[in-house]
Design a protein around this ligand. Structure first.
Ligand SMILES: Nc1nc2c(ncn2[C@@H]2O[C@H](COP(=O)(O)OP(=O)(O)OP(=O)(O)O)[C@@H](O)[C@H]2O)c(=O)[nH]1
Ligand SMILES: [Mg+2]
Length: 443
């Protein structure tokens, strides 16, 4: 749909989660809002005041009573006229209220459509709009904090500052192209090299902060693997702080992969307990081990669990890509045991007593590449990292073109284009559609 056509219709949605709750909110946005308000409430509420009102359908039948809030354009979330109707949060009431809005001229909103309009009206840039969804979806306190940072525009400001400096450097270069004398050239050469180096350093810094944020957004997948009976499930229970997985002294207890979300230092972790790996097994166990291998293939961190003090049998088929930590469990049974030194940071623990768990927790964060030192972290998406990466490649190419100034300027322009995608200055409509489709309805 063309942009102006999308913006012309008035949309409505239940903005609160499906189900029962103390309060449920129906939200409307668009030019027909004042007319619809009059139809439903009998009058237009005073702007930005909480107004007690009766909500009635077209036949004048009472649907609910509650608070109406009217935000005239352009001073609203979307930049259009917005009406919020706060009623009793039951699914029947909310549906009836939504139907009455539709009867009065609104159409049901698509996922993310309110935020999409806010973007189109210039209330938010694209990175901020994405941060709205990321804040709602945040799986940990740290993730929410970083999303809020992007929502308030800190991430966009960092990107925009890079864009501004590239604009400046391009302008200088293009001005210089008109004076192709030797001495101007060498002066510009030093200046340009210095400025480019500065921009590249700041870009690298932004990439580092965004990579950290990516971990917060997706959570770190930690897969616990090892021979049967070494205490994998006990370890999961200990890290989760709850008896989630079944633990018995029988080897081959765990048959299916079990996922458990936990938080370590504010970072969301998805712990995966798996079936023990061994040669001979019944069919169920074999299928379980098949799943173990699949889980291992997509792990960020593998915890390879062994029994402290017993002979360490090597684990084959561990993925090369993931970080690995060797864990020697049951040290309570072998108190004099020392974890062997090796490439995978051997850690001695006891799932039974809890010994060594703090060391293990920080080792997991370190292995996943988390190094928050209380610094700014941006909750970046893959899309952002990709654009930052492409900008970096163009700046690298620019560095090589330090005599052919037309090419130099062109690489700077391409880097700018890549950065512009992040804030949505230069973003194709189909990409916008894809981004907002992943929002929930009513946002
Ligand atoms: N003493 C002691 N026993 C432990 C410890 N951790 C686990 N165990 C015991 O070891 C046995 C096996 O534990 P599980 O957690 O089921 O082991 P698993 O690796 O999940 O085993 P499978 O699911 O069969 O592959 C149970 O009897 C646990 O109570 C520990 O740190 N110390
Ligand atoms: Mg188990």
């Amino acid at each position: 749909m063309p942009r102006d056509e999308v913006a012309r219709q008035t949309i409505a949605a239940v903005a609160t989660p499906v189900g029962r709750g103390g309060i449920g909110i129906v939200r409307l946005s668009g030019p027909e809002v004042p007319a619809i308000a009059k139809a439903l409430l009998g009058r237009l509420p005073k702007p930005r005041y909480a107004t007690f009102a009766s909500f009635r359908d077209r036949r004048g039948e009472l649907i609910d009573e509650g608070i109406a809030l009217f935000f005239p354009a352009p001073h609203s979330y979307t930049g259009e006229s917005v009406l919020e109707l706060q009623g009793h949060g039951g699914p029947v009431v909310m549906q009836a209220l939504l139907s009455a809005c539709v009867e009065a001229g609104a159409r049901p909103a698509e996922p993310g459509e309110f935020t999409r309009r806010a973007f189109l009206e210039g209330k938010l840039d694209l990175a901020q709009a994405e941060a709205v969804a990321d804040l709602i979806d945040a799986a940990s306190r740290e993730a929410a904090r970083s999303a809020l940072r992007s929502l308030s525009g800190e991430f966009s400001a960092a990107v925009n500052s890079l864009v501004a400096r590239l604009t400046e450097l391009r302008a200088l270069t293009e001005a210089m192209l008109d004076f192709p004398e030797e001495d101007v050239d060498s002066l510009h050469h030093d200046d340009a090299a210095g400025r480019l180096a500065g921009v590249r350093a700041d870009l690298a810094d932004l990439v580092a902060k965004s990579r950290q944020g990516k971990l917060l957004a997706t959570g770190i997948r930690v897969v616990i693997a090892g021979r049967p009976n070494v205490g994998k499930s006990s370890l999961l229970n200990r890290l989760a702080g709850e008896e989630r997985a079944i633990v018995t002294s029988v080897a081959g207890t765990t048959r299916d992969a079990l996922r458990e979300p936990v938080e370590i230092g504010g970072v969301p972790i998805i712990l995966v307990d798996t079936a023990g790996l061994r040669a001979s097994a019944d069919e169920i166990e074999r299928l379980g081990m098949e799943r173990t291998r699949r889980e291992l293939a997509s792990a960020d961190v593998v915890l390879a669990v062994f029994e402290a003090g017993s002979t360490v049998e090597p684990l084959e088929n561990l993925p090369a890509g993931a970080a690995r930590i060797d864990i020697f469990n049951k040290v309570d049974l072998a108190p004099r045991f020392q974890a062997p030194e090796g490439p995978h940071a051997g850690i001695a623990v006891s799932a039974k007593t809890g010994a060594g768990m703090d060391t293990l927790r920080s080792a997991i964060l370190r292995a996943a590449g988390w190094s928050s030192t209380g610094e700014t972290v941006f909750l970046a998406r893959e899309r952002h990292l990709n654009a930052l990466g492409r900008a970096g490649l163009h700046l690298e190419a620019a560095k090589r073109e330090n005599r052919r100034w037309e090419f130099f300027a062109e690489e700077l322009r391409l880097a700018q284009v890549a950065l512009g995608e992040i804030t949505g200055e230069l973003t194709a409509d189909d990409l916008l559609g894809e981004i907002f489709a992943r929002f929930c309805i009513g946002k």
